[in-house]
Ligand binder design. Sequence first.
Ligand SMILES: CC(C)(COP(=O)(O)OP(=O)(O)OC[C@H]1O[C@@H](n2cnc3c(N)ncnc32)[C@H](O)[C@@H]1OP(=O)(O)O)[C@@H](O)C(=O)NCCC(=O)NCCS
Length: 166
Amino acid sequence: MPELERLRAGHAPAVLAFELANRAYFAASVSDRGDDYFDRFAERYDALLAEQEAGVCAFHVLVAEDGSVLGRFNLVDIEDGTAELGYRVAQHVTGRGVATATVRELCRLAASRHGLRTLWAATAHANTASQKVLTKAGFTRDGPADPADIGGKPGSWYRLDLVPRQ
Ligand SMILES: CC(C)(COP(=O)(O)OP(=O)(O)OC[C@H]1O[C@@H](n2cnc3c(N)ncnc32)[C@H](O)[C@@H]1OP(=O)(O)O)[C@@H](O)C(=O)NCCC(=O)NCCS
């Protein structure tokens, strides 16, 4: 069974392989990371781990039995009990419920491990799969998103209250 693991230094080669193998696939839906990301991967990866260490972000990878990365599921900009959720899944395992199941798992962890109350996610209107993932995890649409945040395409913010609003 694939396991959702907290990002650590040892995952770096598998994360790079995942990003390279799926670069074109991801770029069809979300902003391409750019050549610089790949050229300076080690430096950027270290910066992510430092951010995680500081408690600003919580990065996770879904790891297959063979050690390959099947998906990335991240909580970023953690502040005042809220965070932004982002995710991407390897093309070869899409359409099998991987994102839906893992987002649900991360939402549970967001409350139990990170003490978060509210999650936000932005997705493009054209990204039907991502909208379905969010809706099935309990998110509801909550206003327009800035296209600059989602690859220049029109889209919406989605919100999930992990604990009932006061
Ligand atoms: C969006 C993404 C995470 C979905 O991952 P996934 O594991 O295929 O998602 P699931 O299998 O849980 O599918 C969720 C729903 O989307 C549907 N779906 C999957 N791929 C689809 C596609 N290309 N077009 C339309 N619907 C699609 C599934 O059928 C499912 O719907 P259902 O519940 O009605 O059957 C994945 O396609 C991806 O990484 N895309 C590129 C990056 C990205 O867009 N990230 C999200 C940014 S907001």
